[in-house]
Each structure stands twice: as C-alpha cells, then as structure tokens.
Design a binder for this molecule. Structure first.
Ligand code: MCA
Ligand code: AMP
Length: 494
C-alpha cells in the first residue's frame, strides 16, 4: 500500500483530514500512523496478517488506525459502529481477530470481549504516549489487507478478503477514471465498514493528496452548511442521501436555494452508487445542482467495475461502461456470453477482484467460474454501449439505503423469537430507501411491533430491522412448499 502513503509524504504540511476535533496535516497523519503501528507491533517485526478489528468513529483516528494496521502487516477488519454486540461477536469470531482497537465511545459495547486473554485489546488513548520505534515490515502486495463483511444468499454474512494489490488496483482505477487530484476536497459521510466509504471516498482522496472532511453521521443541514463554505468540490453518496438532500433543499427559502445551487454548480464531480439511482432523483438533482450525477456500479468483492464516463454522456438509468483494467461479460445460466442487448449475469475479472471469502473455501469456489470469472448475481443488459442493471438473481438480497441486506439472515434471527412460528422477509420498493425491509410473521399470539423492534435492536444494526411487520395465518407457498416471496410482497403494497 506504499503508493497510498506516498502522496502523504510528498505533501507533509497540507491538510489531509478535517473532523469534529480539528484539522490534521498529512505529516500528522503519518506520524500518528507510525505511533499506532509501533504500539500494536509491541517490538515484533510484522503482524503477519493477524486480524486486527477496529471500532473507531469516522475521522482522523479511523484513518491513522487503518493505515497503522496495514503498515504493521495486519489485516484490517473495520467494525460497523452501529452493530450491537452479537453482530460484533460474529465478526470477531469469524475472523479470529487477535487484536481489537477501540475508540472510547465503543468500550462499553465491546466490554464482554475485554476479558478474553487471546485478544490484545487497545483503546485509542493507549496510543497517545510515544514509543521506541523499530522498522516496519516490507509487505508483499499479494498479502491480505482487509476483510469487509457482506450479506448474501446465505444466512450468515461472509468476510471478503482483499489483498494490498486488490485495494491498490481498486483505488488507482478510480483515481484515473474520475481524475482525482490533490486540489480536490471531499466529504466523508458514509459508513467506514464498506467499500464505498473506504475506497471510493477515503482512500481515493488521500492517495491523491486531496483533503477529506468527515461529517459523520449524515445530516442534510450540516452537509449543506459545509457546501456553503465553498471548499468541497467532489461528492459521493448513495441514492438515499441524494433523495434526503433534495427533500431538505426543497424546504429552504428561495434565496438560500439559489445560493446553494450556485455553489454546487462549481463542483468538479458528483457520484452516485451502491444502489440504483432513480431517474427522477437524477433529474431533480440536475435541476438543483446543474450536475448529471455520475452513476457507477460496484460490489464489496470487486470494488468498482462499471462507471458512466467522467467526460462524456452520463446516461440516466444506466451504470456506464467497464472501468479501465476491468473485464466484464454478460452470461446466461451456462456461463455463455449472451448476444449484445440480451440480459445476462454480470461477471467480472481484474486485479481488483477479491482473493477469497474468509474461511469459506466452498463459497469462494462457488462464486467463481472454472475459468476465473467472479459471478456477481446482478443481471444487466448492454444498451447502446451502456450497461443497464435489470435486477438480481436472488430475491433474498435487499438493498436499503445503499446497504446490502440478506432476508435470510433476518429470518434466521426472527425465528429465534419464542412466539414466532414462521416468517419471511422481503424488500418492497420505496422512493427514499430504494427498498424497505418488511417482514411477514406467523405467530403464536398477536405481537407488538414496537416490542419486536426493541428486541431486534439488541441483535442487529438499525438498518437491517424490518420497518413493517404483518401477521398472517400462513405464508404463501408454492407446490414445493417454498415461500412465494413475489406473492408475499403484494401483501405489503395493497
Ligand atoms: C435507517 N432508518 C431506516 C433505514 N435506515 N428506515 C428504513 N430503512 C432503512 N434502511 C431509519 C432509522 O431507524 C431512523 O428512524 C431514521 O431512519 C434515521 O436513522 P439514521 O441511521 O440516522 O439514518 P440516516 O443516518 O439518515 O441513514 C441514512 C443513510 C445510511 C445515511 C443513507 O443508510 C447510510 O449511510 N447508507 C450508506 C450505506 C453504504 O455506504 N453502503 C455502501 C455499501 P427513527 O428516527 O424512527 O429511529 S455498498 C458498497 O460499498 C458497494 C461496493 C458499492 O457499490 O458502493
Ligand atoms: P455490496 O455487496 O454491499 O457491495 O453491494 C453490491 C451490490 O450493490 C451490487 O451487487 C448491486 O446489486 C448493487 N449496486 C451497486 N451499485 C449499483 C448501481 N449503480 N445500480 C444498481 N445496483 C447497484
């Protein structure tokens, strides 16, 4: 990952990061990174791909911690800061993490693992004292660098292991395609346990020597106020955020709207991704900002693969063309390429494609074709030279607010409730969230949805919790006894 740190070395006195605690130069970032790396190495020469889980709020400390893990030779496992303990425990156990680094605000939720003697537990304040420095290891690019968790068609999330060279490739591809430079200034509003926030925003910005202003958690008013300061010129978000920004903008007096529109028109780049961008949102945002959002397509396992062009037509409802260095094909069920214009599964090859699902060789094998193509499960067609997403091959994958959510994972948890005999979870279309997670329950007795929600909050992060519950005598099933989820969806829309 040396290239990531190179720009930082070249621009020591430039502001790299602004967060709620202040502004930090690249030189401060590098020195904090070194300090943390030395502390976790504790005299050893290399962490040798030990899994280092860290739960740190988006900001200067997050970046220094992530860079330190990479420099010390560990595999970075960023923990979602809204996870309740059972979800954290799953990740810690699955990765067999031997180090945990925690911000002070997460000490309480992580308390149950502090007594675990197999884990080196650090809180960020442990890193404030200087420590004698020894040399840092040389890291082979093929070594593991990061594990991010993704929900899929299995009931448990899978850890996606990417190597240093995968990550370098994912970053450098985007820097070239979207013409990042050190004069850019962007905002970090996305969660930092997913590719969108980590690679597209944080890493691209710092690799190119740009400045990154963290504004977390997302708040439309604070974001507009930051825009009004006039420094930000690059902005990336999920469609739900653009939807929320449009609603907020519409509530402003005309004068402020005009002022904001003038500022937005000067931005260099505005990107949308992680979920389908509704054409209405694209058009409304164009009215407000004068920008046609650049929509792109990616996945935790591959980084970004397909993007609308930076300097040519951005086509509404389309995700664009293969990014440089990424090979794309659309195939039928037998992995044969489909004729141009026909729907097919997107398959991807390239140096950004992940190494493996952590500890799941069978799942890894199943997700690649025998000749090495990664099977995305997304169905698309090529339409006038632009790819267009048509859907997914699994109804059990839901995209809500840009998060990928597994219906099966939620069902599995719901079934542990003593009064739930059966259940099915689906995503229904929603203009704000893309899809809304909803659940049909067959219960012993009438259940109070508020109580159920409170119970679920202990077991899963807020974004996975169903927003509507209905209770049915029985679930609709086909002749084979399988729940007919398309049929079930109708119960929520009528
Ligand atoms: C939160 N709420 C929801 C949902 N999430 N309601 C329905 N559906 C949801 N999915 C509710 C909360 O319970 C709360 O309600 C209210 O909305 C505000 O909650 P809060 O958490 O504050 O929401 P928010 O901050 O407004 O969150 C919206 C968000 C967030 C900022 C859009 O969802 C987000 O950061 N999404 C981005 C996810 C992301 O980065 N995905 C990338 C992964 P109440 O007030 O009643 O309690 S995909 C990826 O990385 C690939 C590679 C790619 O292509 O990019
Ligand atoms: P994740 O596993 O969280 O990385 O989510 C990846 C999934 O998000 C992809 O497989 C797609 O289904 C979806 N996705 C990402 N970008 C787009 C987009 N621009 N349009 C439609 N779906 C998208």
């Amino acid at each position: 990952m040396n290239q990531l740190f190179q720009k930082a070395n070249q621009n020591p006195s430039k502001i790299a990061i602004i967060d709620k605690n202040g502004s930090y130069t690249f030189s401060q970032l590098l020195s904090k990174t070194q300090q943390i790396a030395q502390h976790i190495l504790a005299g050893e020469t290399d962490l040798k791909e030990a899994r280092v889980a860290f739960m740190v709020s988006p900001g200067f400390d997050y970046v220094a911690t992530q860079w330190a893990i990479w420099q010390a030779g560990g595999i970075a496992v960023p923990l979602c800061i809204s996870y309740p303990f059972p979800s954290l425990k799953y990740v810690l156990d699955d990765t067999a993490a031997t180090f945990i680094l925690a911000g002070e605000e997460y000490l309480q939720v992580l308390d149950p693992v502090r007594a675990d003697e197999s884990i080196h537990f650090f809180q960020l304040s442990d890193f404030s004292s200087p420590i004698e420095s020894s040399s840092l290891p040389e890291i082979e690019p093929s070594r593991g660098a990061m594990i991010l968790y993704t929900s899929g068609t299995t009931n448990l999330p899978k850890g996606v292991l990417t190597t240093h060279e995968n990550i370098e490739s994912q970053i450098s591809t985007l820097i070239k395609a979207w013409e990042w430079s050190e004069s850019d200034h962007t905002v970090g509003i996305l969660p930092l346990h997913h590719v969108h926030g980590i690679i597209n925003v944080l890493s691209c910005a710092l690799w190119s020597g740009a400045s990154l202003n963290f504004l977390y958690p997302f708040d439309a008013e604070r974001l507009f106020e930051l825009f009004e300061e006039g420094e930000v010129n690059v902005f990336m978000a999920v469609p739900t955020i653009y939807f929320k920004l449009i609603s907020s903008f519409e509530s402003f007096p005309k004068e402020r709207q005009n002022q904001i529109s003038k500022i937005l028109a000067k931005f260099r780049l505005m990107v949308s991704g992680s979920a389908a961008l509704p054409v209405t949102v694209m058009e409304q945002w164009h009215q407000i900002s004068g920008h046609y959002l650049l929509e792109r397509y990616g996945m935790t396992e591959i980084g970004m693969a397909i993007s609308n062009p930076y300097a040519a037509e951005r086509r509404a409802g389309h995700i664009g063309q293969a990014l440089p260095g990424v090979e794309i094909r659309l195939v039928d069920e037998s992995n044969n390429t489909v004729p141009i214009g026909e729907p097919g599964e997107i398959q991807v090859k390239g140096p950004g494609v992940f190494k493996e699902y952590w500890g799941k060789p069978e799942a890894t094998q199943k997700t690649f074709t025998s000749d090495g193509w990664f099977k995305t499960g997304d169905i698309a067609q090529l339409n006038g030279g632009y790819y267009k997403i048509l859907g997914r091959d699994s109804i059990d994958i839901i995209k809500s607010g840009g998060y990928k959510i597994s219906a099966l994972e939620i069902e599995e948890i719901l079934r542990t409730h003593l009064l739930i005999k059966d259940c099915a979870v689906v995503g229904i279309p929603n203009p704000e969230w893309g899809e809304l997670v909803v659940a049909a329950l067959v219960t012993e007795t009438e259940l109070d949805s508020k109580e159920l929600t409170a119970w679920l909050k202990e077991l899963m992060p807020p974004y996975k919790i169903p927003r509507i519950f209905i209770q049915l005598e029985e679930l609709p099933r086909n002749a084979m006894g399988k729940v007919t989820k398309n049929e079930l969806k109708k119960h929520f829309t009528t």
